[in-house]
Design a protein around this ligand. Structure first.
Ligand SMILES: *Cc1c(COP(=O)(O)O)cnc(C)c1O
Length: 394
């Protein structure tokens, strides 16, 4: 390796020494409540496949069917190669599902944020960003030439103080927040954020990645959950979590979407979603629109799991959603915990600093509608036995 590249191996070695090197497991089959890793079956408590749609036969069938009619790829960026009607159809479905005038799709939720922040703000503007916002929001803010001001996590007083402090500054203002914070499962105080934005003349963008398919009527998301239709300027989202596929969403007014189609760089310089992804997502939306059964099952499972974990003495934090953090304290404890679970057939990853604050290392348990009561009982029993062995619970 060239001398100038040596820093990479040095950094990797350092990460390994400090226990920061991530060991990525290889799945040899589909996502689901049970997964296969190296030929062995595991109870899966890690994925964001909230509704179990990643391997739903109805979703898979649609992806297969569409390939016969449209092939697999979009050819080039939409502004040059043209757009397929199926992408527009998916966007109409998304807008209807989310209750907005319009929506645009991009390649991923990450790209959704990159499509918004640098496009709606620029030099001389201000972005007010929650301290615990997702990395893709942080990167998108960096990509905008606007100045980003971090407010304390879900602290509306701090947000208002910062808005007030800059009330006479020229330029546009944008408040951006995660809808559901993924490590703790708490929900953004969107009604208060919207009220502050209205008072101070700021735009609001919410990244509903963990809210779509989870919050609101039939999983219609955080805006529906709070009944804020028409008052949230920009909704960003992903089809990689509850939808079970992949793809990014930006939803809002027809003008916003028209503006992004013309100006957002992930639309101008990166090709559209693949054909099977588009079809699979359409099937996923139709399943959600047809019935809220999967969403109810997800919440039932979440409530049940939290109650059972608490009975065994675990600290499950203050989640308001099916996301269930089992907080164990030190990073090494969380890693030992995860390794012991894995030995017993449970896949549940440890989440440590810097993803969460020091001293709050955890196993983040992700339940889904695909889990049965037996799956959850088995998981809880194994958590309890490992917890006792490690002296975390009595
Ligand atoms: C997962 C997530 C993303 C990234 O979505 P992808 O579609 O996987 O790129 C963006 N924002 C938030 C808040 C997320 O939780």
């Amino acid at each position: 390796m060239a001398v100038s590249m040596a820093f990479m191996q040095e950094e990797l070695d350092r990460m390994k020494r400090e226990g920061l090197y991530g060991n990525i497991r290889t799945l040899t089959g589909p996502q689901g409540a049970r997964i296969e890793i190296d030929g062995k079956r595991y109870l899966n408590l890690c994925s964001n496949n909230y509704l179990g749609l990643a391997n739903d036969p109805r979703v898979c069938r649609r992806a297969k069917e569409i390939i016969d009619r449209y092939g697999v790829g979009p050819g080039a960026v939409r502004t040059i190669a043209g757009t397929m009607d199926i992408h527009l159809e998916l966007e109409r479905k998304l807008a209807r599902f989310k209750g907005t005038e319009a929506a645009i799709t991009v390649q991923s939720g990450f790209c959704g944020n990159l499509a918004v922040m640098p496009t709606v703000t620029g030099e001389g503007d201000l972005i007010f960003s929650d301290a615990l916002n997702h990395a893709s929001i942080i990167d998108a803010c960096r990509l905008s030439k606007a100045k980003t001001l971090r407010y304390e996590h879900s602290n509306i007083d701090d947000l208002r103080a910062k808005l007030k402090e800059h009330a006479s500054a020229p330029g546009r203002r944008l408040i951006v927040t995660d809808g559901v914070f993924s490590m703790d499962g708490d929900i953004a105080k969107l009604p208060e954020i919207v009220a502050a934005a209205e008072e101070f003349g700021a735009m609001v963008a919410v990244d509903d990645a963990h809210g779509e398919g989870v919050l609101g009527r039939g999983g219609r998301g955080i805006v529906d959950h709070f009944g804020l239709h028409g008052r949230v300027d920009i909704e960003i989202g992903t089809m990689s979590k509850a939808f079970g596929v992949v793809g990014g969403i930006v939803a809002g007014s027809a003008t916003l979407v028209d503006f992004l189609r013309q100006k957002a760089r992930p639309n101008l310089f990166s090709s559209a979603m693949t054909v099977p992804d588009v079809a699979a997502n359409m099937a996923a939306i139709e399943i959600m629109e047809e019935s809220d059964e999967l969403v109810r099952k997800l919440w039932d499972n979440g409530r049940y799991l939290k109650a059972e974990m608490k009975k065994h003495g675990f600290d499950v934090g203050s989640s308001e959603t099916p996301i269930t953090p089992v907080i164990v304290g030190e990073a090494q404890t969380a890693k030992d915990f995860s390794a012991a679970l894995f030995e017993r057939g449970v896949f549940a990853t440890a989440i440590v600093f810097p993803t969460v604050p020091k001293g709050t290392a955890r196993i983040r348990v992700m339940v889904s509608a695909a889990h049965s009561r037996e799956d959850l009982d088995e998981g809880v029993a194994l958590f309890a036995s490992v917890g006792r062995e490690l002296g975390i619970v009595g």
